[in-house]
Design a protein around this ligand. Structure first.
Ligand code: UD1
Length: 369
């Protein structure tokens, strides 16, 4: 274990959405090197260059100290592989705290390993709940929160959920949204990227689409979804960077799109994706983080799911939960026309969440000394 003055924090990342959540936290920790030694572990849950390395480069995340290279597999295989490969790293590094972001299998696996070794866990983006246990992420969230000693939240309802589940208030810290820190820090580079122009699109005149959840893309709804994207494209051009899971499913079903107004792309890097988001007429998604990014940018978001674990995005008015009903996709132009403009940004989504989070770590470490 590190000395009282110098605390050793081991941060775990594994998938695309983790990188935006942890980049500002790792930067803040590394910036306070007189207080913290920071060790970065990449599980390798996401491994394609377009799903991982390009993000680390654009977000200026330092080269991970450990690469576990676990790759894909069933949930049990992936979780078990991460646990097996992370345990010796923790034994070797002997950290004072393990930090895990979000709700993916890497998050849960790392929290379990740390908790079993009696290493305290800090959970970034704690307390989100869809109340839908058929989502693998919901199971990951609930269990990770129960295992965590420090729970970093970004909205008041997250605190309420944790309290309802019996977690002591003293462990919960509403620090704000670290994913928005990344957006704020890179805003001028996002604007300079002008991806719409490079793709021949007109600002404010296309719908950006992302879909990757198993409930949608691994089931019969995918056929309907693709057909309805084509129908939507008659009214507004559609830009669709395709996640590898979705690409596999589309290829397996032999689904094709005839319209040249649907632009299917490989997964995009962060700056290009946010550049496309910030100039879109609307975004259609089943992602979690994109509901938050569109809220910050004031861009209408239509969520193709039956629920959201981010209700604050609906309350401020940018997000509309369409349900998992692909046949509603062509309604988007009418829904946009009926919409009242809103511009509220949730409290503490201000670019300073990582700073507040690390301040909590400083105070906590001083107390447990
Ligand atoms: C995972 C997360 C999900 C998150 C998403 C972001 C879990 C349970 N799910 O879902 O919460 O929203 O990441 O993208 O952790 N694949 C590649 N290359 C890669 C990574 C994946 O081709 O670099 C393909 C593989 O076929 C793999 C499939 O995508 O089997 C699914 O990957 P996986 O990591 O299991 O889950 P995601 O769908 O990406």
């Amino acid at each position: 274990m590190a000395t009282n003055q110098h605390q050793r924090i081991l941060a775990v990342i594994g998938t695309r959405p983790n990188f935006m959540k942890m980049a500002p936290v790792v930067a803040e920790l590394r910036g306070r090197s007189e207080e913290f030694d920071t060790i970065l572990v990449h599980t390798g849950q996401h491994y394609d260059r377009a799903m991982s390395q390009v993000f680390l480069e654009e977000l200026d995340v330092p080269e991970p100290d450990y690469q576990l290279e676990v790759g894909s597999g069933s949930h049990a295989q992936q979780t078990a592989r991460i646990m097996e490969r992370l345990e010796p790293v923790l034994l070797d590094c002997d950290p004072d705290l393990v930090l895990v972001p979000g709700d993916v299998n890497s998050t849960l696996a790392a929290a379990l390993v740390a908790a079993k070794l009696l290493v305290p866990v800090g959970h970034v983006e704690a307390g989100l709940r869809s109340f839908d246990r058929s989502m693998p992420e919901e199971v990951n969230r609930v269990v990770t929160d129960q295992l965590s000693d420090l729970l970093f939240t970004h909205s008041p309802e997250a605190n309420d959920h944790l309290i309802d589940e019996g977690i002591a208030g003293a462990r919960i810290h509403c620090v704000g949204n670290t994913m928005i820190d990344t957006l704020v820090a890179l805003r001028s580079r996002i604007e300079a990227a002008d991806a719409p122009m490079r793709l021949g699109l007109t600002h404010g005149d296309y719908v950006l689409v992302t879909l990757h959840r198993p409930a949608l893309v691994d089931g019969p709804a995918l056929v309907d979804t693709v057909a309805n994207l084509e129908a939507l494209s008659h009214a507004l051009p559609v830009v669709f960077p395709v996640h590898p899971r979705t690409r596999k499913a589309i290829d397996a079903l032999g689904l094709g799109i005839q319209s040249d107004r649907v632009l299917m792309l490989e997964p995009l890097a962060y700056l290009d994706f946010l550049s496309l988001t910030s100039a879109a007429a609307a975004v259609l998604t089943d992602s979690g983080g994109i509901q938050e990014e569109t809220t910050y940018l004031g861009i209408p978001c239509f969520t193709l799911r039956n629920n959201t674990e981010r209700p604050v995005t609906v309350e401020v008015g940018t997000n509309t939960v369409l349900g998992q009903t692909p046949q509603r996709i062509p309604e988007i132009p009418d829904l946009l026309a009926q919409r009242e403009r809103t511009g509220d940004i949730p409290l503490l989504w201000d670019g300073h969440a990582a700073e507040r989070l690390v301040n909590v770590l400083t105070r906590h470490m001083a107390m447990v000394g």
